[in-house]
Design a protein around this ligand. Structure first.
Ligand code: SF4
Ligand code: SF4
Length: 145
């Protein structure tokens, strides 16, 4: 049986941190639809522009504005949230994969890096998370076929 390379443990670490969640145009439309508000409203209430990219704002406690004992907008969450922990750095660099295990308890060290990469690529393909646009996409996402 194949060992799972990642299984979320719901610790919330990846939803904490100032402005790490970049929203692409596709993300904005999906999240606005989920919240039943306009894209303009979404941006005005929940996003800030930095480095020419739109980021979700954080609350005073440092968690994403939508974090409430888990993701409060799970079906509408941005691609970068969907792709984690299968980020470029963790896929191309085994040391990053080892280091991320301290941060994300869902990454299973027993699976090994090669299996993490294999399962990650399969997941990113299946979820259509490989369309990288340098103008709007987070740098963490990969774009290979
Ligand atoms: S850091 Fe990892 S285990 Fe914790 S909530 Fe995020 S994905 Fe899940
Ligand atoms: S949108 Fe959801 S998954 Fe993404 S950082 Fe915010 S609370 Fe976490």
């Amino acid at each position: 049986m194949t060992i799972k390379a990642f299984e979320c443990q719901m610790c919330g670490h990846c939803c904490h941190g100032e402005g790490g969640i970049v929203m692409t145009g596709k993300d904005q439309v999906r999240l606005a639809e989920y919240l039943e508000i306009s894209v303009e409203n979404l941006i005005e209430k929940y996003a800030r522009e930095r480095g020419n990219k739109l980021h979700l704002v954080s609350k005073e406690d440092g968690y994403c504005v939508f974090f409430k004992e888990g993701c409060g907008v799970h079906p509408g969450r941005p691609d970068v949230c969907r792709a984690w922990p299968y980020f470029r750095g963790n896929l191309v660099d085994e040391i990053s994969w080892q280091m991320v295990q301290d941060y994300c308890p869902g990454v299973n060290p027993k699976a090994g890096h090669a299996e993490f990469v294999k399962q990650g690529r399969e997941y990113l393909h299946k979820e259509d998370l490989l369309r990288y646009d340098p103008k709007t996409s987070p740098n963490a996402l990969i774009s290979e076929e």
